[in-house]
Design a protein around this ligand. Structure first.
Ligand SMILES: NC(=O)c1ccc[n+]([C@@H]2O[C@H](COP(=O)([O-])OP(=O)(O)OC[C@H]3O[C@@H](n4cnc5c(N)ncnc54)[C@H](OP(=O)(O)O)[C@@H]3O)[C@@H](O)[C@H]2O)c1
Length: 318
């Protein structure tokens, strides 16, 4: 498994990052913890040293599950841990909160749940229209000085928002959505990050599993995917046809389809890592080979064309 320096930080991370959103029952149903814990152990065997979570995943459940297991197994120092704040879930209806006091309070809460004395990468989960950048900067400065956070990042911010943030505090990493089916950031955000040496760790790069091509044609999704158009009816059939069309590319490079989808994003020069949503040891073990080498550019463009055409047709299909 290749490793990479994350932006300008001193963090050396595997190009595959273990994503923990799957421990959010509201979105993914009840994911059994036994196999999930096995997956954490397996991650180390296959060279994955980077974990992404968030306070909001299961309202603290994902962070607590991770913290308890790492503490019990004495594994905290083997991983680089990234987490996020933004959703204030202290009252029943959650809302975005990037105020100074909330950041300080929520960081303490995350440290407690994660059973650690430091967060390696602390990310603002999304853009808050009420953000007060000088307040964020003051909170970040305090947390860094106290050694509670090593580096800061943002998620789901566009290029203008990143530029605004950079005038007030250091942003070492962007966590955007990026996959063969979601390429909007190629225009502005990826060039900005490449130019400023901001690390990029992409999420939903398997398009929540669709780009694995692994589902039977009559599969019915019952979790967060049940409402997404490409997971339904004729659109789903068209996308599965496209996955069949990608098989020769996967075979040519000795890869599976999920590995091909991940290697495709990691071929972009701005990309540091792919965060993959993991439930089982098999998931992490079989995706790990995607973190080695990159694709030739001819294949990169041909693969992109196949998915672009399929998506256009899928959208018109139903
Ligand atoms: N910052 C943000 O706003 C944000 C938003 C979303 C996600 N994230 C982060 O990014 C991570 C990944 O994103 P995601 O969960 O949306 O989607 P994803 O990684 O595109 O898809 C996850 C799904 O892919 C399938 N999968 C994973 N590994 C596989 C393998 N080796 N072989 C076959 N199938 C495999 C599993 O599907 P099945 O369940 O069907 O087996 C899994 O549930 C999250 O866990 C989270 O850490 C961040």
């Amino acid at each position: 498994m290749q490793t990479i320096q994350l932006g300008k930080t001193d963090l050396i991370v595997s190009r595959i990052c273990f994503g923990c959103w799957q421990l959010s029952p509201k979105f993914w149903g009840e994911v059994p913890l036994g196999p999930w814990r096995e997956a954490i152990k397996k991650a180390l065997d296959v060279g994955v040293n980077f974990i992404d979570t968030a306070d909001a995943y299961g309202d603290g459940y994902a962070e607590s599950s991770l913290g308890d297991f790492l503490a019990k197994e004495g594994l905290r120092d083997r991983f680089v841990i990234a987490t996020k704040f933004y959703w204030n879930f202290e009252r029943e209806k959650r809302y975005p909160d990037t105020s100074h006091d909330y950041i300080i309070r929520e960081c303490e809460a995350s440290l407690k749940r994660l059973k650690t004395d430091r967060i390696d990468l602390y990310q603002i989960h999304a853009w808050d229209p009420l953000i007060r950048p000088d307040e964020v900067a003051a909170a970040f400065g305090q947390l860094k000085k106290q050694g509670k956070v090593r580096w800061f990042g943002v998620s789901n911010w566009n290029a203008d928002q990143i530029r605004m943030g950079l005038e007030h505090f250091d942003i070492e990493c962007l966590q955007p959505r990026y996959s063969l089916l979601t390429r909007e950031i190629e225009e502005r955000e990826l060039p900005l990050c490449l130019g400023k040496r901001i690390g990029v760790i992409a999420f939903s790069s398997l398009y929540r599993g669709l780009l694995t091509g692994k589902y039977p044609r009559d599969h019915k999704f019952t979790d967060t995917r049940a409402d997404l158009p490409l997971f339904q009816g004729k659109a789903f059939q068209r996308m599965m046809d496209a996955m069949d069309d990608l098989k020769p590319f996967a075979e040519k490079h000795g890869l599976t389809l999920p590995q091909l989808a991940i290697r495709w994003i990691l071929t972009h020069p701005a990309l540091s890592c792919a965060i993959v949503g993991i439930k089982t040891a098999e998931h992490i073990e079989t995706i790990a080979p995607a973190g080695d080498a990159i694709l030739p550019s001819t294949d990169w463009w041909d693969i992109a064309d196949i998915i672009e055409t399929a998506e256009e047709e899928a959208k018109k299909a139903d």
